[in-house]
Design a protein around this ligand. Structure first.
Ligand SMILES: *Cc1c(COP(=O)(O)O)cnc(C)c1O
Length: 350
């Protein structure tokens, strides 16, 4: 069943491989029996619901996720948003000023920012005009110091999913970790790559509660990968990176599947409606098909239309500076009421 094995010792930074992690008080003793007296973490004893440190391993939350995603505890790392998870990948695998990563613009802007913060070269290989990876160019761009390849699927800001066949080719041909960023996977019809972790040692999948789950405010990101990758990330994560409130809130709302499905379907229906209506707007020349909760549109003059919409009280995202995205605006699908306001504004400025 295994299609790609990989020796992680060749990928991880030597200083991280040698690192002895910080052991927090709650790592050493994790019981919660009511009769125990906890004098080990210099906490304040008076009950406020948040006076105790959070579980550093988020066992309860991982319990729910293992069932939902069909993975084991050892294949999950949780972070303060998936942005933290992505940063941990850099810090574990990329030696500053020596290693490099590959990204596929137009794509999510944080990969490049994180590369800059971590002083890691970002080799950009443009997507094709159909917004799919150029396999040959990507494999030609890699060298012995290429540690991470970021594939965003569905891709932000273009909205399309990356083809399965292309991702397989990259998992087989890339010599570092292939990070599939599935921030929008819940809106797509294609299955998550989490189901294929057992096939590829070098596959890392990130997800988030910020989009379809409607919890951008609590900051919870997930990383799914083989246990060896997860244990390295665990070693370097801040001990209490997912706070008590986030863990409680996520537990409560992750289990409410009905609410999740209803809202997701409402957004998907609105996306269809909005796409049809946007087609009738004179200055919009193209609507890109989207597997996410946003729509990329091509307009006559993006800077002008962005400002005009702003003046009508509607904020969209101007993606014109991204390659292959000249004169495009990215529009999030809002509530029915918000979408009506958008369409009214579009008419006013037409
Ligand atoms: C929104 C977004 C994220 C950020 O997720 P957080 O969990 O909120 O940090 C990650 N990747 C992509 C592609 C996104 O669009």
């Amino acid at each position: 069943m295994k299609k790609r094995t990989m020796k992680l010792t060749n990928l991880v930074r030597p200083s991280i491989a040698a690192l002895k992690p910080y052991s927090s008080a709650r790592d050493e003793y994790q019981g919660s029996a009511a009769s125990m007296v906890f004098l080990d973490a210099n906490e304040n004893p008076f009950e406020t619901k948040v006076n105790r440190y959070p579980d550093p391993q988020q066992q309860q939350l991982k319990g729910v996720l293992t069932e939902k995603r069909g993975v084991t505890n050892a294949q999950i790392l949780l972070g303060n948003g998936s942005d933290e998870v992505l940063d941990l990948l850099f810090r574990a695998f990329c030696e500053p000023s020596q290693d490099n990563i590959i990204t596929l613009p137009p794509t999510y802007g944080m990969y490049s920012v994180l590369a800059g913060i971590n002083d890691v070269e970002n080799r950009e290989v443009l997507l094709t005009p159909e917004f799919q990876p150029d396999i040959e160019a990507i494999l030609n761009a890699q060298d012995a110091r290429s540690k991470l390849l970021f594939i965003c699927s569905p891709n932000n800001p273009t909205g399309n999913s990356i083809s399965e066949e292309k991702i397989v080719a990259l998992l087989e041909g890339f010599n570092g970790l292939v990070v599939v960023d599935e921030a929008y996977i819940d809106f797509a019809e294609t299955p998550s790559w989490v189901a294929r972790l057992h096939e590829y040692d070098n596959l890392v999948v990130t997800q988030t509660l910020s989009k379809a789950y409607g919890m951008a405010g609590i900051r919870l990101g997930m990383c799914y990968a083989n246990p060896e990758v997860i244990s390295i990330l665990n070693k370097i994560k801040p001990p209490y990176n997912v706070n008590v409130l986030t863990q409680e809130y996520a537990l409560r709302y992750l289990q409410n599947e009905e609410n999740f499905d209803n809202r997701k379907n409402l957004i998907l229906n609105e996306k269809e409606l909005l796409s049809k209506k946007l087609l009738q707007v004179g200055f919009i020349s193209k609507i890109y098909s989207s597997n996410a909760n946003f729509i990329l549109v091509k307009v006559d003059d993006a800077n002008r239309r962005y400002t005009e919409l702003l003046n009508e009280g509607v904020v969209v995202r101007n993606r014109s500076t991204q390659p292959l995205c000249h004169d495009t605006l990215r529009i999030t699908v809002g509530s029915p009421d918000e979408n009506k306001k958008l369409l009214t504004a579009m008419k006013t400025i037409s």
